[in-house]
Write a protein that binds this ligand. Structure first.
Ligand code: PAF
Length: 276
């Protein structure tokens, strides 16, 4: 595996590759969810480039950029058997002095995470567009766990005509249902146990849906009820929205997204299920 840091090194290496290239963009501190994206990319492409960059512009002023978990040595050990190339640009490479260009998606980036984390998606779409321009992959791999991120990136790819296929891979879960996330390391033992409530509440709403319930408010009510049974949780939002537009639904007619953001102590967790 070759580990590259400058843009020049990346470009020279990228353009020496024959065949298809898959990009797996990450912020490091890799877990099995990331590894499943890399495996899928390896199955589908001739070469896989993994980027590791903790993108400062997608963190709000009160968010956890400084203490976001990092362990590059461990990350490199984990991906060594799975990939040819890893790109680890510095913040100076991505945002040199005088940087002033941004990519911003509108409506689909506004609700849910967009409403709770102003500026977050502007940072995500800007860095992903820069990664796409630098790597010029044929396919790029993202996890369903960040459902709105996927919707926003798809919109950006359509609107800006990036010739890149966005591949969305299923959420990887712990045996008790907790969605894997780099932020799970912040949870102590009691909070880790409480964190299963996200999966339990999504499962309860899905069960109602599978029993024939199509009233979106009833599904939101069920999720809130299960979350309320766990005293350590503080829900930020609970949503039953249209899968593509992310607008809140009254009645479920097509594909829908159940999603939520919940604080457990100081740790903010998100999760979602797709219905239909
Ligand atoms: O999902 C993430 O880890 C990040 O948002 C991404 C896509 C790597 C952009 O920084």
């Amino acid at each position: 595996m070759r580990s590259l840091s400058t843009l020049d090194e990346l470009r020279k290496t990228r353009f020496s590759l024959d065949g298809t290239v898959g990009l797996v963009p990450t912020m490091g501190f890799l877990h099995d969810g990331h590894l499943s994206l890399i495996r899928r990319a390896r199955d589908e492409c001739d070469h896989v480039i993994v980027s590791i960059f903790v993108n400062p512009t997608q963190f709000g002023p009160k968010e956890d950029l400084a203490k976001y978990p990092r362990d590059l040595e461990r990350d490199l050990r984990l991906i060594e058997p799975l990939t040819d190339l890893v790109w680890t640009p510095s913040a100076e490479i991505m945002y040199p002095t005088g940087y002033q260009t941004w990519v911003e998606v509108e409506a689909v980036a506004r609700p849910l995470e967009g409403a709770m984390r102003p500026g977050h998606f502007k940072g995500v779409t800007t860095v992903v567009a820069k990664l796409f321009n630098a790597v010029q992959p044929h396919k790029a791999y993202f996890g369903q766990k960040d459902a709105q991120q996927v919707a926003v990136i798809r919109q950006m790819v359509r609107d800006l005509n990036f010739p890149i296929e966005i591949v969305v891979c299923p959420t990887t879960r712990e045996p008790d249902g907790l969605a894997m996330s780099s932020r799970n390391v912040y949870l102590d033992a009691e909070q880790r146990q409480a964190a299963t409530v996200l999966f339990r509440s999504l499962s309860a709403a899905k069960e109602l849906f599978e029993a024939g319930e199509r009233d979106a408010e009833k599904l939101r009510g069920k999720m809130k009820e299960v979350l309320a049974s766990e005293p350590l949780t503080e829900p930020q939002y609970v949503s039953c929205a249209d899968y593509d537009t992310l607008e809140e639904l009254t009645e479920i007619k097509g594909k829908a997204l159940l999603s939520m953001a919940v604080f457990i102590g100081k740790t903010r967790l998100i999760d979602n299920f797709v219905l239909g």
